[in-house]
Write a protein that binds this ligand. Sequence first.
Ligand code: NAD
Length: 487
Amino acid sequence: MERFCHYIDGAFEEGAARFSSLDPATGAPWAEMPLASAADVDRAVRAADRAFRSAPWAGLTATARGRLLSRLAELVAGAAPRLAALETRDTGKIIRETSAQIAYVADYYRYYAGLADKIEGAHLPIDKPDMEVWLRREPVGVVAAVVPWNSQLFLAAVKLGPALAAGCTVVLKASEDGPAPLLEFARLVDAAGFPPGVVNILTGGPEAGQALASHPLVARIAFTGGPETARHIVRAAAANLAQISLELGGKSPFVVFDDADLDSAANAQVAGIFAATGQSCVAGSRLLVQRGVKDALLDRLVARAQSVALGPPDRMETEVGPLCTRRQRERIGGLIAQSVAAGARLIVGGTPPDRPGFYFPPTILDCSDAPGAPALREEFFGPVLSVVPFDSEAEALRLANATDYGLAAGVFTRSLTRAHRMVRGLRAGVVWVNTYRAVSPVAPFGGFGLSGYGREGGLAAALDYTAVKTVWLRTSDDPIPDPFVMR
Ligand code: NAD
């Protein structure tokens, strides 16, 4: 069994309590993880608070912070094979994807390394002749970052990158499911030379998450996970009014019009729902397809679902690996059964293969006669696609927006004018036209509605970890005129 440690105040700790992590490909324990208590969380936050106020970090120039982030980016790139293998082993995400994802995890750190000394204040053309007024952008303080299990290195990078570029310090809680890659990543943070306490990484469940979100020294919470957990976080943060950004789930529509390139749409739909075994917040889990091309598109998708290489996640040829947890496989099975009971028709998949591990096959449900099915409402977080036909553009838009979520949407059409109309009408934080599941450090990412608020990625994300300080400096040596009048 491999053993992993917490990283608190610059030291690696085995932790008083530990738990076993299961290999999703076999269901067997493979590693020992530390389990953070509320006391561990408290020590980590206090370390982050001390580091925030101490010279080794607070006294660094923004350029020097950028250099540290740059070193971290190169260390991540250099450790890519080990990080990818660990993520695959601990979460079941296929090695093809984890290997590719590490490359852009490094790119996110590079991007924020470059941004560190471009987070500028401003000088105001103030309406008073004897004043100089300028804005300083200062780091907000200690950041609590809480991430789910599906893409931990990536979801950590989109928080750590901007937070550190802005000068904050961070306590990062890895998910209790599949934390190995982040605990390993702590070694790179250490090697990069960040002063002790600037980045602290631990893992644990809801108890540790609550302790972190409610800690009075936390100024800002960056959360990715489900909406129910987000409500706990928001309540916990109310005590000290910490600022929050929430990246939550989705039930994203994937809309295909009859003028679309169907081969391309089918490929993008496969990327949108079967890649990452559907465990993607942006999963295009509702296929809305114009009636005239429904059968032609479904033929392509069913053929792909049936021929997909389902197997061990550590093999390069595997296309669909196991789900991360047994719990997740049971939940998906239950939601499919409820959807079928509500009138959905199972076209392909639906039953886990008879093999060890938490596998679930690509599944397609025709929900034409099941408008109330959970498959059209609930986020499955698995490789399950629900299909609904539509006749007109107006109907497509109505169906697409018939969700409480609003994370992502895909539109496939060759009509430029229709693409623009759809982009305007869709209630989603990201709209992909004739593509799907593309991300970049340059592009903001986040949701509408139950998909959360705040944006990750891009310049605005770094500004989001700063607070503006407005400075007034009087340039006149004359006495202040009338002290009883605001001027
Ligand atoms: P989850 O909400 O159960 O857990 C997320 C994190 O919150 C974990 O670290 C967990 O330990 C912690 N947590 C649990 N209870 C807590 C509490 N009471 N207080 C504080 N922290 C607590 O999510 P999950 O099941 O691990 O992940 C799947 C969810 O994440 C899906 O809804 C998915 O869509 C979402 N997600 C969103 C994005 C995005 O960027 N929008 C990306 C990936 C995943």
